[in-house]
Design a protein around this ligand. Sequence first.
Ligand SMILES: Cc1cc2nc3c(=O)[nH]c(=O)nc-3n(C[C@H](O)[C@H](O)[C@H](O)COP(=O)(O)OP(=O)(O)OC[C@H]3O[C@@H](n4cnc5c(N)ncnc54)[C@H](O)[C@@H]3O)c2cc1C
Ligand code: SF4
Length: 325
Amino acid sequence: MLPKFTYARPKSLGEALAVLDDRPALIHGGGTDLLGCLRDRILIADTVVSLSAIDELRGIRSITDGGLRIGAMTPVAEVAADATIAARYPGLAEAAASVASPQLRNQGTIAGNLCQKPRCWYYRGDFNCLRKGGELCYAYAGENQYHCIFGGDLCYIVHPSDTAPMLAALGAVLRITGGRSNRSVAVEKFLVPPSEDPRRETVLEIDEIVTEIVIPPPPAGSRSSYRKARTRQAWDFALAGVALALVFDGDTVTSADVFLSGVAPVPWRSTGVEAAITGKTLDTATIEAASEAAVAGADPFSENGYKVPLVKGLVTEQLEAIRTN
Ligand SMILES: Cc1cc2nc3c(=O)[nH]c(=O)nc-3n(C[C@H](O)[C@H](O)[C@H](O)COP(=O)(O)OP(=O)(O)OC[C@H]3O[C@@H](n4cnc5c(N)ncnc54)[C@H](O)[C@@H]3O)c2cc1C
Ligand code: SF4
């Protein structure tokens, strides 16, 4: 059962900020993650502030430099279906379409997708693990088949968002506003790895709201794609995934931003793949080298070694697909 809390539904950003300035409160986007966290006592709140009545936080529009602005409260389904996104950033449309189920995509927002809490079953269960303020990571010697193979440090979650790795690859920036200041943070820097702080997921302060996501214009010759592997083709989180944002000059890759999902506590920039393909044509030897580079340094647990060949296969298939796009 949900605990009792005060519910505020301001009609403007200013009113929402005033509530956050007045007292500690949690932000409600679509509520698809937040309400479960409150019900399961993972999050505690006296006040919940819904952003659903603030029209200025919704919508997708082109901006003057040729980039795109997506309002924080835009449903994931709208991102998946938007014609401009499909034409200019197809990888983002693919990533949004791969999130959860149609119902969750209609209700869940793009900012909520970036800010959602980890899915580790100890964290979601009755375990006071290190991320929840306890002393121990239960996954370390426990049931770790869905945990990370890169970047673990005291905590071994995988970041659950499908849109975060693609937005990071596209160089997207979040606009954040709080009582005292406005700031812009690249998606790549927004999510906090456990090596920096195993008890927080984002750089957001308690009184800050993500208001919009800004994606730079796609360079000439750019192509993007996102694909994830999951245990079944119905809704499910990524076991592993690959987000590619490449720029081609003819058949040659002139620049590459490559992020993996489902394998690290934050979207994982694969510098090995980027180096293996930049300046090259995507022939068989290059793709083979890239897939090997993708898993260099992987450090699987007892139960999740399958992620190593899975990542290699996904990188191979996605590079083969994007070269003929
Ligand atoms: C069964 C199920 C399956 C799912 N499968 C997937 C999946 O395959 N891939 C995937 O990526 N996700 C998946 N999700 C997660 C879900 O789709 C996302 O959680 C959704 O996009 C969250 O959006 P929301 O608006 O509902 O967030 P909310 O639940 O409203 O909020 C989530 C978090 O973000 C914070 N927040 C929300 N908006 C803002 C804002 N503007 N500024 C600051 N903080 C904010 C909230 O305070 C909260 O902590 C799944 C969820 C469920 C329940
Ligand atoms: S992986 Fe992180 S969230 Fe999961 S039990 Fe360990 S410390 Fe907790």
